[in-house]
Write a protein that binds this ligand. Structure first.
Ligand code: FDA
Ligand code: NAD
Length: 440
């Protein structure tokens, strides 16, 4: 047996960083042997969203330590020194290869067994691979995935070597849209390929998607929709073209793949209850084993706003809040956190920023979407402002807003949180000059 800790956080991403901060705040630091974070990444936890945005800028790109967690939530970012100063052990570049929840031990790839009293699983998700869809070529030198800092460094190198060339972006979700914008900024020509009818199919309505697709097209991005990549033409270890199911051949100097993510649950197969592709937890983030908690992308939890329905979110706000929630529940079992089994009062919140655009979404895109604002392309220097409310039973279930001010974003969030009547939201929007759009 190697070392043992009272608390072990398994995974060193966003949720781990916020859990460490919450722990340090509540305990004024940790004592030796109390808390450790085990991560297979070589650096302390960082704000992963930066990787597809500021990290890829052609000039003035963000680099660590500037975006370690918890930028925005703390006066200082949590560098390796911060963990040292707060008595939290960082076990970096170390992969946990098996877990035994009965014995309360983790085995690392360095052969060490690490024991815990309480485990917080924060293993996040991994990028789905082309091979899972029967397409070979992920190992080619110019094929890029984007999940980790290592991936981002690789992508920057490939992107720089393709200046003026062609990129094929596979997938029209978050990674596809954000990377396409970054490629354009780096003067690489982009063709996006995905099977859906429009981009961001899981969230956007056709009308919202149309706005972004037109905006991207004006920047030179070509959309190839309703088909998928059948194979990659590889020569000398590099992809030269993507062959589509409909027979088309798209020449490629590089390929970016963003075809979804899968929660990293494998270590706990057969040991913890699962739901929605993640580890099932109660409203306190506690799994089916009372000594094990799960947070972030890997956790599926009951959401009070959705009547206690179990959901799993792959978004940074959720990672931050579930991490704090778990620490609160662990350190203050009879405190503010809801009693066991109760749903978590979490308001789902997603956002993205591309080019000069910035959108926010709150709640659930269930029910009928009612659009508001002006969907025409903004003129030079102009700002787009529009959105949609999803209405279910006459009440707002979800809200999307592009170009909202802080106050407008907060107003939308509060309309969803309070499940406001749609008539009230219409009046509120009207008073701000954001009338409901005519549906064609
Ligand atoms: P996260 O993936 O951050 O961390 C998991 C950690 O566990 C990693 O360090 C991993 O290496 C480690 N790990 C896994 N298995 C392990 C093992 N067996 N042993 C040791 N370590 C292990 N969201 C959003 O709301 N807005 C945004 O703009 C973006 N942008 C964005 C860009 C990019 C490029 C990505 C990939 C993702 C986003 N996201 C986002 C999503 C957001 O980043 C994501 O929801 C959080 O990072 C989830 O935090 P977690 O800590 O759960 O997982
Ligand atoms: P996603 O689920 O958002 O999008 C996947 C896309 O791939 C969809 O357009 C889908 O139609 C397409 N697709 C699926 N199978 C395909 C195939 N065989 N060929 C071509 N296209 C296919 O996933 P993502 O964009 O890969 O993002 C990965 C993770 O990163 C997610 O967890 C996401 O939440 C997170 N992320 C979030 C943000 C954000 O919140 N702003 C930004 C970047 C990444």
């Amino acid at each position: 047996m190697g070392r043992a800790f009272a608390y072990v956080i398994l995974g060193g991403g966003v949720a781990a960083g916020y859990a460490a901060l919450e722990f340090a705040r509540r305990r004024a630091g940790a004592s030796p042997g109390e808390l450790c974070i085990i991560s297979d990444e070589a650096v302390a936890p960082y704000e992963r969203p930066a990787l597809s945005k500021a990290y890829l800028l052609p000039q003035g790109a963000a680099r660590l330590p500037a975006f370690h967690t918890c930028a925005g939530a703390n006066d200082e970012v949590l560098t390796e020194q911060w963990y040292k100063d707060h008595g939290i052990e960082l076990v970096l570049a170390t992969r946990v290869i098996s877990a035994d929840v009965r014995r309360k031990t983790l085995l690392t790839d360095s052969g060490e067994t690490i024991g815990y009293k309480t485990l917080i699983v924060a293993t996040g998700a991994r990028a789905s691979e082309l091979e899972e869809f029967g397409v070979r070529g992920s190992d080619a030198a110019n094929v890029c995935y984007l999940r980790s800092l290592e991936d981002a460094d690789r992508m920057v190198g490939v992107m720089r070597s393709c200046h003026g060339g062609n990129a094929v972006v596979i997938g029209g979700g978050y990674i596809g849209m954000e990377c396409a914008a970054a490629l354009v900024a780096n003067e690489v020509k982009v063709t996006m390929v995905f099977p859906g009818k429009h981009c961001m199919g899981r969230l956007f309505t056709p009308k919202i998607a149309e706005f972004y697709e037109k905006y991207y097209a004006a920047k030179g991005v070509v959309f190839v929709k309703g088909t998928a990549v059948k194979s990659l033409e590889v020569s000398d270890g590099k992809v030269a073209a993507a062959i589509l199911r409909d027979g088309r051949r798209l020449p490629a100097d590089m390929v970016v793949v963003g075809i979804g993510a899968r929660a990293n649950t494998g270590l706990f197969d057969g040991q913890l209850a699962v739901e929605r592709g993640g580890i099932k937890v109660n409203g306190r983030m506690q799994t089916s084993d009372s000594a094990v908690y799960a947070v972030g992308d890997v956790a599926a939890f009951p959401v009070a706003l959705l009547g206690g329905a179990v959901r799993r979110f792959e978004h940074v706000d959720c990672a931050r809040r579930t991490a704090r929630r778990a620490i609160e529940a662990i350190l203050e079992p009879s405190g503010g956190a809801a009693e066991e089994g109760k749903a978590f009062g979490y308001l789902p919140y997603f956002y993205s920023r591309v080019f000069a655009l910035s959108w926010q979404f709150y709640g659930d895109n269930a029910g009928e979407a009612v659009h508001f604002g002006d969907f025409s392309p903004p003129g030079a220097g102009g700002k787009a402002k529009f959105g949609a409310c999803w209405v279910s039973g006459g009440r707002v279930a979800g809200a999307f807003i592009e170009g909202g001010s802080r106050e407008e974003n907060e107003a939308m969030a509060s309309a969803v949180r309070s499940r406001a009547a749609i008539a009230d939201v219409a009046a509120e929007l009207g008073s701000r000059g954001l009338g409901f759009a005519d549906e064609e």
